[in-house]
Design a protein around this ligand. Sequence first.
Ligand SMILES: O=C(O)CCC(=O)C(=O)O
Ligand SMILES: [Fe+2]
Length: 204
Amino acid sequence: MDASFAARLPALIDRLATDGWFVCPDFLDATTVAALQAEGRQRLEAGEFHRASVGRATGASIRDQIRGDSVLWLDPAQATSPEQVYWQQIELLRQTINRELYLGVADGEYHYAHYPVGTFYKRHLDRFRDDDARVVSCVCYLNQAWQETEGGQLRMQLDDGREVDIAPQGGNLVCFLSDRFPHEVLPATRERWSITGWMRRRTG
Ligand SMILES: O=C(O)CCC(=O)C(=O)O
Ligand SMILES: [Fe+2]
């Protein structure tokens, strides 16, 4: 376990309880970030990713106008060593959220996401109309030395209508309540990597 992350947990939990979202710098160390991006790239090149979908009856051209990323779900049973670091950190966070905020987040599902240059994800909410299991959205970026001018921000709309732009800086984690904040991914001049996922409650 990363002791410095454990020490920062209470403040992050406070932010989530008060504001409904937080940004955690250095959720992953630079070595793990580089290893995870390399892992993602290798598996993208091996054809293991698939284009992310946007709904059941939607065709490919409509999908492209909504989102341009490709994804690959993480399998905890097959985790490589950098993936194990990610799982340890995100599980510690999930268990702490569960214990402190009683959100009932019983498990989590996470995928690599790759946005080619120029692609985006239009404004949306992460909770599906027909599936309310997603409680906390978690996005961890895998891009070294991201520059402001490269675009690719996560733009979140807050409760008061204000917008915040968050750069997809390697190692940083953004968490927010899935049903509360409309958000979008702006196009970038550079490919954009992340591990994105959801802490979920049991349903049905
Ligand atoms: O990559 C991001 O910053 C956000 C991704 C997102 O909104 C999603 O996958 O639902
Ligand atoms: Fe989203």
